[in-house]
Design a protein around this ligand. Structure first.
Ligand code: SF4
Length: 212
């Protein structure tokens, strides 16, 4: 995709959904960090179900830490890998209290130093909680980057760096959400639904999937 195509591609996504939202439910940077940490290899729906019970009881590092391993597990046991996620979240809470005054840090280095927090989670927190122009490349964005010609790359990092270079600054606040939603609901892994894609005119994927 060339720069004018990329511009039109995002303009189309923007026109269809001017204010895209994360499907994870949260109301603070800490809730977002906890929800993203819990969401690895799990659906947003399953995480929301658990955090709707957890956050009213504990939505600060101190409160979550006070639950202890068993207490925390009882809220999140419907989420895959809940034991190790509970362990990571508790350890993360301890570090937030000891090193960051109970706040979520704002730098990539500090975020990635937290247990269970990798580059993708750090990118989500930096972008969604702090408005940084980052790009968290998940399976959907990796696929779309390659399939559309927007940001071809062999690794998530390669796709991330290309997206950062190629997506116009004016779209960076929402680009991550637009691409995730496109991948979740239209540009599906097994068969992209090109016939109902608002950005089809500027996507390089060929031949486009016709309407069934
Ligand atoms: S036109 Fe098809 S391949 Fe291209 S982004 Fe849309 S759904 Fe995906």
């Amino acid at each position: 995709m060339n720069p004018p195509q990329i511009d039109r591609f995002f303009a189309a996504l923007q026109a269809a959904n001017p204010e895209p939202q994360s499907e994870l439910e949260f109301s603070s940077a800490f809730e977002l960090l906890a929800a993203v940490l819990l969401s690895a290899q799990a659906t947003d729906i399953s995480v929301n179900k658990a955090t709707r019970l957890l956050f009213p009881v504990a939505n600060t590092p101190r409160q979550v830490l006070a639950l202890g391993q068993e207490g925390l597990e009882s809220y999140i046991k419907t989420i895959g890998l809940f034991r190790s996620k509970a362990k990571h979240l508790l350890e993360t809470c301890r570090i937030l209290i000891e090193r960051h005054g109970g706040e979520v840090p704002r730098t990539r280095e500090e975020l990635e130093a937290l247990p269970g927090v990798g580059r993708k989670t750090a990118n989500v927190v930096l972008n969604v909680a702090f408005g940084e122009p980052t790009m968290a490349v998940d399976t959907h964005i990796f696929r779309i980057g390659n399939r559309t010609g927007l940001a071809p790359g062999k690794t998530p990092l390669e796709v991330e760096l290309k997206l950062l270079k190629r997506v116009p600054a004016k779209y960076m606040d929402h680009a991550h959400h637009w691409l995730i939603l496109l991948g979740r609901y239209v540009c599906l892994a097994r068969k992209p639904q090109c016939w109902r894609c608002v950005a089809a005119a500027d996507c390089d994927f060929s031949p486009k999937t016709p309407a069934p």
